[in-house]
Design a protein around this ligand. Structure first.
Ligand SMILES: [Fe+2]
Ligand SMILES: [Fe+2]
Length: 205
């Protein structure tokens, strides 16, 4: 895994988080609540940060991508860990809670004073661009008009977050059948720019 070649970047990321009290507090809570999600967030952030840089996004946009990725699954702080740990897809009320994690992310961002609309869009769009876009029905996850006002670059960053999220799920999630390769899993699920699948697969080498 190229992740392990990122050890310097990993240290840099942890250092960055230390300097951001809101991120530090949220990630600390996540580490206690659900360690696998905490680890997923860090791994996926290293990928999206490098990918955005490599694809030529400027430092300001790379920062937005990084922040969006760090924040994207924070709503899982409000989903019981027994649901997050389920090997088979939860049903009934549990599935409802799982589906709501994007709306919970929005609530947590607002409660934490994070109001940057681009950052919020990138974080909240992380189940978009997918064949099974479950929170898409949950329009309430969106505040104001983030979706209408985004620029194409912000939309592209949101796609980078999704494809990096998918890569991590394809490599680490336990509740998946192993009949497909990681690349096949991402291609099956991701409906965004297919060139990004090739790009992101470099991190699985
Ligand atoms: Fe998610
Ligand atoms: Fe995620």
């Amino acid at each position: 895994m190229e992740h392990y070649r990122f050890s310097e970047k990993h240290r840099e990321l942890l250092g960055f988080i230390q300097t951001e009290p809101v991120l530090h507090s949220l990630l600390f809570q996540m580490k206690i609540h659900h360690l696998p999600t905490y680890q997923h967030i860090l791994r996926a952030t290293l990928v999206v940060e490098d990918l955005a840089e490599r694809l030529g996004f400027n430092p300001e946009k790379c920062y937005l991508g990084k922040m969006g990725m760090i924040l994207h699954d924070m709503g899982k702080l409000r989903v019981p860990s027994r649901i997050l740990d389920a090997i088979v897809r939860p049903v009934g009320e549990d599935w409802g809670l799982m589906r709501s994690h994007v709306a919970f992310t929005r609530d947590i961002l607002l409660e934490s004073g994070i109001k940057n609309r681009d950052m919020m869009y990138i974080a909240l769009a992380h189940h978009e661009f997918q064949t099974e876009s479950y929170p898409r029905q949950e329009r309430k996850a969106w505040v104001h008009e983030e979706r209408r006002s985004v620029t194409s670059q912000i939309n592209d960053l949101a796609e980078l977050v999704v494809v990096s999220d998918k890569l991590d799920a394809s490599l680490y999630r336990k509740d998946q059948q192993n009949t497909l390769t990681p690349r096949e899993k991402i291609l099956r699920d991701f409906t965004g720019n297919s060139d990004l699948v090739t790009e992101v697969m470099r991190y699985a080498a």
